[in-house]
Design a protein around this ligand. Structure first.
Ligand SMILES: [Zn+2]
Length: 501
């Protein structure tokens, strides 16, 4: 029976060409070595599983290979280092060898010349875990190391390494690996190993690996075992658990197809299977952001960070929506997140947001509404009450809800108007308000007046939407009358707002 070897180990990069996603480091290192500059200490920092110790090992080979500055892969040095059998290249795990004794032992060892290689290399992983005393001892060694000794330190937290140690090292920062790069690498591995796969499966795996090649490969191993070498999306999801995006895909589909039951059921399932209300809000926001980016960016754009298949799938999902619709949904979701940070009754707030999203076609945004008001009352300061009374048609589709929205907008104006209301003539008041309109513009676009909006909507929504049996109907909070100015039509509201009889 052949010995099973995990992918991360079997496919560990053996030269710089195989270290993917870190070209900025490997090219710099190669150039430095080619020019004959070999410092006595390196520091590699970056997230876990992105190739720090692999880079260190390859560097040890580069420096010691019979064909240095290349890696031949065949000479004794290359082979011994690859197999971890070289007595001159030592790997120390800083997390489990934290004490001063270990560092003293290394110090004593540095005195002896290498047994077979050109350089004696000490690779200390997770170097930030060393105790304070051990760090100081290491610093002493780094101050005057023998010429045949090279230190390669690796850490996930460079900021926790003594600055005095950092300053004695040539520091290289490794980055999270882009999704596409990980997918390509996994695909190469699977082909070489003779396994079949669906591309969407690899995408799910790479996403779960979150920029770490090692984590992605560990998940890949699990899926290979579970799926018996046929990596389907279904099998992958069964191993990983349902990825959160699936709930939001169904919710967006529910909004597009006007299926409130599906929307509420998915929300309920999310709470049972995936997370709490806050994480629902955050995930929904992230998903809608992706939807908006899809509308703006072409396929393969790096900001999208997704495969072409996924791009097409999501583009179809968001196809029924105009860009402005997605933006409005995203704004509602952002407002929700803001509320969930402060409020406790999560279910109630989320459901009211979902009801509003469901009703997206009948809603117009505050900014659209503001533009309509400008159309009616004119943008210059000479506007008078006559403009308002004579030209009262508002073109945008409006529903009772929008009166609520306008009410909030109006309330803002009202507040400001009262400050300036010393002068009694109506025209003067309107002029003052118009000046304020421009100043208020930015404020109104912020999602601050959400409480008032919600109250206004609840009043009109209660009868219209039938919630499924399990879901509690939204309760109707008392509107605070001093916050909301309303009327039966937008025209009425404007009249009320400016106290026009
Ligand atoms: Zn070699």
């Amino acid at each position: 029976m052949s010995q099973y070897q995990v992918t991360a180990r079997k496919w560990r990069p053996q030269d710089f060409s195989q270290v993917v996603g870190q070209e900025h480091v490997t090219i710099a290192l190669s150039n430095a070595i080619n020019s004959g500059k070999v410092p006595h200490a390196y520091l590699f920092s970056g997230p876990r599983g992105v190739g720090k110790t692999s880079t260190a090992r390859i560097l040890a080979k580069l420096l010691n290979c019979a064909e240095s500055p290349n890696v031949c892969g065949k000479c004794t040095a290359c082979q011994e280092i690859t197999l971890g059998q070289s007595l001159d290249v030592r790997e120390i795990d800083g997390a489990s060898n934290r004490g001063i004794e270990q560092i003293r032992e290394i110090r004593d060892n540095t005195i002896y010349t290498p047994l077979s290689l050109k350089y004696k290399v000490f690779i200390i992983d997770e170097v930030h875990m060393l105790t304070k005393e051990a760090s100081n001892a290491l610093l002493k060694v780094l101050e005057e190391p023998p010429r045949h000794v090279i230190f390669m330190l690796a850490t996930t937290e460079a900021n926790k390494v003594l600055p005095t140690i950092r300053s004695r090292c040539q520091h290289y920062l490794l980055k999270r690996i882009p999704l596409k790069t990980i997918i390509d690498r996994l695909s190469t591995i699977l082909e070489a190993e003779g396994y079949t796969h669906e591309n969407t499966a690899l995408e799910e795996i790479a996403k779960a690996g979150d920029g770490s090649m090692r984590d992605s490969q560990t998940i890949l191993d699990q899926v290979i075992l579970y799926s018996e070498g046929n990596l389907t999306l279904k099998a992958t999801r069964e191993v990983l658990g349902l990825p959160e995006a699936i709930y939001f895909e169904k919710i967006i589909q529910g909004i597009a197809e006007q299926d409130i039951v599906q929307i509420l059921e998915q929300f309920n399932t999310f709470l049972m299977e995936a997370g709490d209300g806050k994480s629902f809000g955050e995930n929904l926001t992230a998903f809608l952001r992706q939807g908006l980016l899809l509308k703006k960016l072409p396929a393969k754009h790096p900001l999208l960070d997704m495969s072409e298949e996924k791009y097409e799938e999501l583009r179809d999902l968001f196809d029924p929506f105009e860009e402005q619709d997605v933006l409005n949904l995203l704004n509602l979701s952002l407002e929700l997140c803001d509320i969930l940070r402060k409020e406790t009754a999560e279910r109630f707030w989320i459901e009211s947001t979902l009801f509003k999203m469901f009703d997206y076609k009948n809603r117009i945004s505050l900014s659209e509404l503001r533009q309509d008001i400008f159309k009616v009352i004119g943008r210059n300061n000479t506007a008078t009450t006559t403009n308002i009374t004579q030209k009262t048609t508002i073109t945008a589709q409006t529903s009772k809800q929008d009166v609520g929205n306008l009410g909030v907008f109006g309330a803002k104006l009202e507040e400001r108007r009262q400050i300036k209301a010393e002068r009694p003539e109506k025209t003067v008041v309107v002029k003052a308000s118009l000046e304020e309109l421009d100043n208020t513009k930015k404020e109104v676009e912020k999602p601050t007046p959400i409480n008032a909006i919600l109250e206004a909507n609840m009043e009109t929504d209660g009868e219209k939407i039938v919630a499924p049996r399990e879901a509690p109907l939204p309760i109707t909070p008392k509107p605070k009358s001093n916050q909301v100015i309303s009327g039966d039509t937008v025209e009425d509201t404007i009249k009320n707002l400016f106290e026009i009889p």
